[in-house]
Design a protein around this ligand. Sequence first.
Ligand code: BJW
Ligand code: ZN
Length: 252
Amino acid sequence: MLFDFVLLDKLRAARHIAIFSGAGMSAESGIPTFREAHTGLWAKYRPEDLATPDAFLRDPATVWNWYAWRRDFVRQARPNPGHLAVARLESLVPKVTVITQNVDGLHQRAGSGNVIELHGSILETRCFDCGQPAEDAALAAAAPVQGETPPRCGHCGGLLRPGVVWFGESLPSAAWNRASDVLDDADVFFCIGTSSLVEPAASLPRYARSCGRTVIQINPEATSHDEIAQYILRGKAGEVMPELLAAAWPRA
Ligand code: BJW
Ligand code: ZN
């Protein structure tokens, strides 16, 4: 891919780069995205049937088992060249912040040291009632075939749930506030692998643009963020990001 010289100059001059990522970032690690027809995680279900507090209370076992299956998937996945390129940016730019909607922890496993998880983590478990994080022993009991599903909280006896943010729930305020601060400070804002359909996260690129940041969109498909991005790099994150770094810092 050929890159605009002005874009390459902006990257080299940046003091703080923000990376806003979605499920497409992890697609090349073999983790299905949410909304792609047939292969998406919700191909067999409607999201509101699984990723809401009401769905969990209606049928906790189905929701728990869906997350247990996905947690195993995530544990076996490896960061791909896109995650690795994002992590490598930290050695090329004074400051990099990753703001991710992903719950898979792959940015951290790739080596990114400054990651804000807007939608929580599938690798964490907490009590639906009292919010206490679950200990390892409770997680060990999480195998769908053993005992009660989902397991219960050791503090109050409530049902355990995945540490993610469901529809209708507020985003963790600390994560949201940190992300807003990053937008006030970063000069370049990458928007990578998200359909931009889920609010309030999808408002971040629009806000970044309204603050005068350079917005770069990386996605094989068009999304509504194409309208606000100054640069649209049509392709896969695991291919475009390493090529972009090689073009901007050829001797690094
Ligand atoms: C590649 C690629 C490759 C593929 N390389 N790219 C304001 C307006 C309208 C609605 C709302 C609003 N405020 C709140 C709402 C309601 C709701 C919402 O947004 N609904 C919409 C569906 C309309 N939002 C909420 O409820 C949020 N809470 C909230 O706002 O609280 C305040 C409140 C409380 C009470 C009442 C009202 C307000 C919470 C949202 C939580 C989202 N949670 C999920 C599930 C997490 C747990 C789990 O993992 O199961 O988060 S939903 C799901 O979508 C997940 C994702 O993080 C999120 C975003 O999806 P993403 O990452 O964009 O994935 P895809 O699959 O959609 O797209 C993949 C993209 O990758 C595609 O574009 C591909 O082309 C691309 N791609 N290969 C690069 N190789
Ligand atoms: Zn509890």
